[in-house]
Design a protein around this ligand. Structure first.
Ligand SMILES: O=C(O)CCC(=O)C(=O)O
Ligand SMILES: [Fe+2]
Length: 148
């Protein structure tokens, strides 16, 4: 995966959290990854290296979905639509750890090099649903709205 960033490792102690954010660079942040020259972050892989005893979920604020860390599991999602437009449904945060410790690592995959694996699409109907194409409602035409 030549265009992925270096693995990022994070450790959260009690109360450790990460405020809601997007992993992709928004239009106003065009310079964010320009030095890399590999485009925006098309996808995120989040590896859960430990399982805290309480708390520490990854919450998708727009989807109203929380994934609880489970050791040795990984969570994958696309940050961008096939058009390259940022998918606002991917807004997420790390909830505070209440008991135990949480270790995660992330691999951020960039657009360059994925052209044949995930070709761009110009029509909304060719947009994938959230996290690949696993079922669930079609995205709404207003890309900023959660389909749920
Ligand atoms: O720790 C988590 O659950 C999420 C981490 C995250 O969103 C990030 O590192 O970008
Ligand atoms: Fe993130």
């Amino acid at each position: 995966m030549e265009t992925a960033e270096e693995l990022q490792i994070a450790n959260y102690g009690i109360g450790g959290h990460y405020d809601p954010h997007f992993d992709f660079a928004r239009k106003e942040e065009t310079k964010a990854f320009s030095d890399l020259g590999t485009g925006n972050r098309i996808a995120t892989v989040l590896f859960y290296m430990t399982q805290p005893e309480m708390g520490g979920g990854t919450v998708f604020t727009e989807l109203k979905t929380t994934v609880m860390p489970s050791k040795n599991d990984a969570l994958f999602w696309y940050n961008l639509y096939r058009s390259g437009e940022g998918d606002m449904r991917t807004r997420h945060a790390a909830c505070p750890v209440l008991l135990g410790v949480k270790w995660v690592s992330n691999k951020w995959i960039h657009e360059a090099g994925q052209e044949f694996r995930r070709p761009c699409g110009l029509k909304l109907s060719t947009y994938e649903r959230y996290v690949g194409d696993l079922g669930g409602p079609e995205p709404r035409y207003n890309l900023n709205l959660s389909p749920y």
